[in-house]
Design a protein around this ligand. Structure first.
Ligand code: GLP
Length: 241
């Protein structure tokens, strides 16, 4: 029922929206663990989406561990729902884990003297050099987030070392953050951000600030990101011990 109600799925990146809709259905237990999902053909007919879209959405959920497939028997809701732990992951890793292809477009990739705000965020002394990366981050061809990162040049000497993934570059220098503090805030996207993210001005967004640390307490990144509220979900696992 929920699946059929979701008219928003008749849009680009339909498989991402469908995937989210199916995830909702599973999380609300509208289909219980162990029960089968409607067939690919039925979903395609009822939702008026191509079978390729249906297959892509299902494949992603199988990879996430929410669905399982048995040859000839169909697709089932997994008995045990595997939710991601609160691991310190990168945008690239998060997308790959969902079966998507991440990509970045840089509007700035340079080095310069730290501003007072950046110096405070990174615990640097005035006059230090920092690498700045301003990127639009895509899944396939769809923009998902705008990201502005500042990294001390003492840990990453050359901005050109970052091709797509900041964390891959930091890893090479043994400076990938080991811990992070993160703040999430609801925002409405301004005209320029909305244009870059292909949504209407004032659309819902999520601003995430992350300060990443090494074991010795040095701050290695300060990143502010604006995610599209319509296609990105954050899931956190919470434990008592
Ligand atoms: C997420 C975090 C950022 C981090 C980025 C690294 O988007 N919010 O703080 O800089 O991941 O991702 P990547 O290694 O793909 O550049």
């Amino acid at each position: 029922r929920r699946l059929c109600d979701d008219s928003a799925i008749h849009q680009p990146l339909a498989y991402l929206r469908l995937r989210r809709a199916i995830r909702n259905v599973i999380e609300h237990r509208d289909i219980e663990p162990g029960q089968t999902l409607p067939s690919e053909r039925d979903l395609s007919r009822v939702l008026n989406l191509s079978r390729v879209t249906i297959r892509k959405a299902i494949a992603g959920l199988v990879e996430e561990g929410l669905l399982t497939q048995r040859h000839g028997a169909g697709t089932f809701v997994a008995e045990r729902i595997v939710k991601p732990m609160s691991r310190l992951t990168s945008f690239t890793e998060d997308l790959r884990a969902r079966g998507l292809h991440p990509r970045s477009e840089f509007s700035e990739r340079g080095i310069g003297e730290v501003t007072p705000e950046e110096a405070m965020a990174l615990n640097l002394s005035p006059g230090s050099l920092v690498v700045r990366l301003h990127r639009v981050r895509y899944a396939e061809d769809e923009p998902l987030a705008i990201e502005r990162s500042v990294v001390p040049a003492s840990v990453l000497p050359d901005p050109m070392l970052v091709h797509d993934s900041l964390y891959e570059a930091l890893e090479k220098f043994g400076c990938r953050p080991r811990r992070a503090l993160q703040r999430l805030r609801a925002v409405s996207l301004g005209a320029q951000q909305a244009r870059l993210l292909h949504v209407a001005t004032g659309s819902a967004g999520l601003n995430i600030e992350r300060r990443g640390f090494l074991d010795d307490g040095r701050v290695v990144e300060f990143t502010s990101s604006w995610y599209r509220g319509d296609i990105y979900d954050f899931v956190a696992e919470l434990q008592t011990d």
